[in-house]
Ligand binder design. Sequence first.
Ligand SMILES: Cc1cc2nc3c(=O)[nH]c(=O)nc-3n(C[C@H](O)[C@H](O)[C@H](O)COP(=O)(O)OP(=O)(O)OC[C@H]3O[C@@H](n4cnc5c(N)ncnc54)[C@H](O)[C@@H]3O)c2cc1C
Length: 329
Amino acid sequence: MNIFSYHQASDATSAIALKHAGPAAKYLGGGTNLVDLMRETVEQPETLVDITHLACDIEQRADGSLLIGAAAKNTAVAAHPAVRSNYPLLSRSILAGASAQIRNVATVGGNILQRTRCRYFYDNAARCNKRQPQAGCDALEGFNRYHAILGSSDACVATHPSDMCVALVALDAVVHLQGTAGTRSIPLRDLHRLPGDRPDLETDLQPDELITAIEIPALPFANRSTYRKVRDRASYAFALISVAAALDVNEMGKVRDVRLALGGVAHKPWRALKAEAVLKGQTADTAAFRAAAEAELADAVGLRDNAFKIELAKRTIVAVLDELKGDNA
Ligand SMILES: Cc1cc2nc3c(=O)[nH]c(=O)nc-3n(C[C@H](O)[C@H](O)[C@H](O)COP(=O)(O)OP(=O)(O)OC[C@H]3O[C@@H](n4cnc5c(N)ncnc54)[C@H](O)[C@@H]3O)c2cc1C
């Protein structure tokens, strides 16, 4: 690990000023991802701005929405009564990730901006366009079981590893940002980028921009929602495929509304808008769920080790929607 200076910020404005002033500075949340990357010298910040003392409140508002401070710990979000009862998919997605110890220190902001677990990104001896632009990509011909099947490019097939983000994208969460140019809010769905020919650019954040909070709009039928993660080990493993879903079925047995997002499939948490469009108004049955899954995965491309994920994603979508249909009965 290289030498760096450490500063603790007391509020968002001072954090942004400290990061702006510090050479090669990075924000430090729980450090469960950044510090690992510093140990591997994949990231080499010269200044760390500790933002763990910033807003961490979880506020349930009168309109039913939730406002979660970016410094809130993953454990606190998963355990919050309003999250557990109104957005079970969010609670379950967080609990499906990492370990209790990691979730106790990991923050919401850090979870959103955690970097890919592609082994070639972590390995300084390997070629990686994300770590070193124009270097090439050893994952394309290497061990690519965990890699992307949607939205990838010849430059990068890495996936975004967060479980929590899959649920947040399904819930249309909004990210509140503050930077030297002021404040703004954007849908989380638009924060992360697909790799194209610049996989080193992972988000549309401006330099120094800080995630200050996440807002989750009210979604009454999200109380009938879930998160399913398919992985190689029962715990402490990243997703091969994950599905976050909420389903609203009317008294005629038709899909009134649905939210669907996938994890483990792309460079960003993947909102399954094509599947949602296919499902709305249809009879909620296995045939419709399968048709929706086919539509979403129509453009999927498998690599040597991960082509099985295309069928796995379809089956997981169907299984989750079948389960939620039962909850609607
Ligand atoms: C062994 C292991 C297993 C894991 N398994 C899983 C898993 O199964 N599923 C899963 O989803 N995750 C998993 N994780 C990842 C874990 O969820 C992340 O490491 C954690 O959420 C990152 O949060 P943090 O606060 O520690 O981020 P940090 O490491 O502090 O920061 C991560 C990045 O976010 C930036 N950042 C942090 N906060 C902000 C902010 N407010 N504004 C702007 N930038 C910010 C930092 O500068 C840094 O670039 C695992 C991690 C480990 C070590």
